[in-house]
Design a protein around this ligand. Structure first.
Ligand SMILES: Cc1cc2nc3c(=O)[nH]c(=O)nc-3n(C[C@H](O)[C@H](O)[C@H](O)COP(=O)(O)O)c2cc1C
Length: 169
């Protein structure tokens, strides 16, 4: 089975997951590992990953994923907001809209990924202006929680996820 791992990662969180998956699949034939590019070799399974950019996958990934036909696709993502399976479901449903119906979707995996400090600075600034804003407080807590991710458990879960998918297919 030929496998391509195609991902977009700005600050390396998603790349950490991509590398864990690559490491886990070292007995398989990985024909491509990297960002979307014209020289991606034909594969049977495409394991596609992205960071979350304003509620969806990064545009280079959406552009790439919508070119695929008659392939098996597994999707992984990192997102600043975490610990909520429903949120991840919603994120994947948006990615799914870009996947042609001729493909077979094998599954998806998400975990939380740390965000740039500038994001917290902005929240803190807003908090000064609106000290009683409960939503902002939750956002700051979430930011701090995200700083730990992806952690060893996330990498382990990503590996378990991909192993179960590849074994079934
Ligand atoms: C411009 C920008 C937009 C983002 N939009 C979202 C978003 O809508 N939802 C979310 O959960 N995280 C969002 N994030 C957080 C990133 O998706 C998250 O930190 C991710 O792990 C970054 O992955 P990377 O290190 O592979 O680039 C955003 C980050 C940036 C910089």
């Amino acid at each position: 089975m030929k496998i391509a791992i195609v991902y977009a990662s700005n600050t390396k969180n998603t790349e950490m997951i991509a590398k864990a998956i690559q490491e886990e699949l070292n007995d398989e034939e990985i024909v491509y590992f990297g960002k979307p590019a014209s020289e991606i070799r034909e594969a049977d399974v495409y394991i596609i990953g992205s960071w979350t950019d304003k509620g969806n996958a990064y545009h280079t990934i959406l552009d790439f994923i919508q070119t695929l036909r008659n392939k098996k696709i597994a999707y992984f993502g990192t997102a600043g907001y975490g610990k909520d399976e429903k949120y991840y479901q919603t994120l994947f449903s948006r990615v799914k809209e870009h996947i042609d119906g001729s493909n077979q979707i094998l599954g998806y995996f998400f975990c939380q990924g740390k965000m740039p400090l500038s994001v917290k600075d902005r929240y803190v600034q807003m908090m000064r202006e609106h000290p009683d804003d409960a939503k902002l407080k939750v956002s700051i807590e979430n930011f701090d929680e995200a700083l730990e991710h992806p952690n060893d458990d996330d990498l382990k879960h990503a590996k378990e996820w991909i192993t179960s998918i590849i074994n079934k297919n």
